[in-house]
Design a protein around this ligand. Structure first.
Ligand code: ARG
Length: 468
């Protein structure tokens, strides 16, 4: 590797090949190329505005950067590992193209503020896509929920049958999670979209720069306040990795339910063929591999968050090379989050529901026991006593192999003489759901209000997505 190092002035011997391979980042940070060029163009423009470069010099630099951008976009760019990273590859090529003037671009700038800027621009672009994908998935869930307001299934606590709920209500629970994730993305973006350029290596610069001009040219929202912090802050990456982790947690919970629901013992859903796989040995199998992998990939996404937090914990101010390790965890999380959100949206759009099996399961777990207890309360019994009497009725029905709704009035009156003919209307599962119209409840009227609320939220975020 013979290319002269940009920082080679004070070195007498060349870098060991093993060290070159160990320290280089161009194999992965070339993902930041578009951001690097955009940041450099904005920097050159500002240098001219401030009289640090002439207008003509800045124009030639910007023109040269545009050629470089095109070479990269069209895959004609020759990446050189001996040039270490994306920044030096681009600057070297610029100098090839426009001559020694290329060397003036780095005036009043360091790779330390440069890489922070590039990465902030990159994370901002990707988080904006996460936001769109979250809104899209929520819209799919909302569409599917609207068609399932009358489908009832067991609601569970402790994975034991608890009370009947509507499938719409169950699906919307996830839409609320993804809505909160969307809010977290929007909030994190406020701290991502801060320009660090002008911090230079760590202490600012003696050149009369104007960091706000760079910020404005790049459409960012704010400028750094402290140069030491600006070059060493990776909070924005940690936040993005956390937001990604929580998105995956929510997806993973949904996956876990789909895996259970696809099991014939539940039989609540039919996985679309395009989103399941077969077994090479057992011909009857239809496996929920997509859901399993999404659940599994969640582990790796958590690992990325832990990796970054651990990288940061012992770093003295300001920039340390450890920070180069911030990129791969984010790239990996980003790929997983985007693919998972998009696949989940497509899969949910096609998910087959089996309302008959859901309905049949309702009869298995005394899901109307709370109804009987509440009924006795309305007849004047204290809740504790009503609970006890209902428990005894459940034990009786269990011995008889029946549901509460299958018992006769005489059977039921053994447990309380407050029970009358009107009890059977109360024991109906449909009634149990329909009557739960308390705010946020599973009753249709309450579910309608959720749908309206979520629709209004989506109308606000879908056309005018954050950050452009
Ligand atoms: N590749 C480096 C990184 O990602 C760029 C900054 C290098 N700065 C330095 N002083 N060596 O962090």
């Amino acid at each position: 590797m013979s290319t002269k190092k940009m920082w080679g002035g004070r070195f007498a011997r060349k870098t060991a090949a093993s060290v070159e391979a160990y320290t280089l980042s161009v194999t992965f940070d070339r993902k930041l190329a578009a951001e690097d060029v955009a940041g450099s163009k904005a920097h050159a423009r500002m240098l001219a505005e401030q009289g640090i470069l002439t207008l003509e010099e800045a124009e030639r630099i910007q023109e040269g950067l545009e050629w470089v951008r095109q070479e990269i976009a069209e895959n004609r760019f020759e990446w050189k590992p001996e040039l270490e990273d994306v920044h030096m590859n681009i600057e070297a090529r610029l100098t090839d193209l426009i001559g020694p003037l290329g060397g003036k671009l780095h005036t009043a700038r360091s790779r330390n503020d440069q890489v922070a800027l590039d990465f902030r621009l990159y994370v901002s672009r990707r988080l904006t896509q996460w936001g769109q994908a979250l809104a899209n998935l929520s819209a799919v869930l909302l569409d599917r929920a609207e068609g399932q307001r009358e489908t009832l299934l067991p609601g569970y606590t402790h994975l034991q049958p608890a009370q009947p709920v509507s499938l719409a209500h169950h699906l919307l629970a996830y839409a609320w999670m993804f809505r909160r994730d969307h809010e977290r993305v929007t909030d994190a973006l406020k701290r991502v979209r801060v320009s660090p350029l002008g911090a230079a290596a760590l202490a600012g610069t003696t050149h009369p720069i104007n960091p706000d001009s760079v910020r404005a040219a790049l459409g960012l929202d704010a400028v750094f306040g402290n140069s030491l912090d600006a070059v060493s802050d990776r909070d924005f990456v940690a936040e993005a990795l956390f937001v990604g982790s929580l998105i995956m947690a929510h997806l993973s919970r949904l996956c876990e339910e789909l895996i259970l629901w696809a099991n014939p013992n539940f039989g609540f859903v039919r996985l679309p063929d395009a989103y399941s796989t077969g077994s090479s040995i057992m011909p009857q199998k239809k496996n929920p591999d997509v859901c399993e992998l999404m659940r599994g990939k969640t582990g790796r996404v958590y690992g990325n968050l832990t990796a970054l937090l651990t990288i940061l914990k012992g770093l003295p101010l300001s920039y340390n090379r450890d920070l180069q390790e911030d990129k791969e965890p984010f790239f990996d999380t980003d790929e997983t989050v985007r693919a998972s959100l998009s696949i989940m949206a497509d899969m949910m759009a096609e998910m087959g529901f089996n309302p008959e099996n859901m309905r049949r399961s309702l009869a298995k777990g005394f899901l109307n026991a709370t109804e009987l207890a509440d009924y006795l309360v309305t007849k004047g019994l204290a809740f504790r006593e009503a609970h006890h009497a209902t428990g005894a009725a459940v034990a009786f029905a269990e011995r008889e192999g029946k549901g509460l709704e299958d018992l006769t009035l005489d059977d039921l009156r053994q447990f309380s003489d407050l029970i009358g003919d009107d009890v059977f209307a109360v024991l109906s599962y449909e009634a149990a759901v329909a009557r739960r119209v308390s705010p946020g409840g599973t009753g249709q009227k309450a579910v309608d209000r959720q749908v309206d609320d979520l629709r209004a939220w989506l109308a606000g975020v879908i056309p005018a997505e954050i950050g452009g």
